[in-house]
Write a protein that binds this ligand. Sequence first.
Ligand code: 13P
Length: 256
Amino acid sequence: MKKFLIAGNWKMFTNVFESKILVETLLAEISKKEMHTTVLVCPPFTSLCGVAEIIKDTDLKLGAQNCHFEEKGAFTGEVSPQMLQFLGCEYIIIGHSERRTHFKEDDEIISKKLSAILDLGLTPILCIGETFEQRMNNLTNDILTNQIEKAFENIKKAHIKKVVIAYEPVWAIGTGISATSEQAQETHSWIKDFISSKYEANREDLTVLYGGSMNDKNCHELLSLADVDGGLIGGASLNAETFATIIENAEKISKI
Ligand code: 13P
């Protein structure tokens, strides 16, 4: 029985009041059932405390969208993994394409964040993905190889299987155009083959999420693919009903 991870990346949407309403509505939608799927919400930093309070006695998991790699220090405006752990975060997204592009996060910084999160016992969600131009030039696997190798440079072998990979083709993020089933399956399968052979990890232990315009309409097809272990969902996670529909689909597929 496949165990999906369905994660909502709320990005820079929802103030603390809106976040609380969103998570309360989501809980009302999903809390009636026993769930096999792991459901994660990643609100903005300012909403973490408020959301943590609401979900503390539920199965919903809490994650952050970014962190610094140091525990503490003179790093104005930054938040450490330890601070996030203290709030109840179990997951931290790193290397999102929006951070790579707008905040010039490079592979070295991402690698340091990955190690810091793993050393603390939290689960990193490492985002990787190619641009449209790179895909058109048949560079997808080269780009992913580079992103994985650089991120994994300093991590312990035992930690490999703890890293959740989110394959997010940059051209699919926020565009309404998701990867096709063929593209998603082919790339997810390649990622698992690459990591399992290069780092001697068990292929079955690896978790690869798909992200990029996943919604209530296309989730069934995408989640039904052999090597898609869940979704990292942006826009569609901001509507509780839509997000709940995606979770329901994951539940149904996991029982097939
Ligand atoms: P959308 O689902 O809005 O395309 O965003 C995907 C994403 O970036 C999740 O991290």
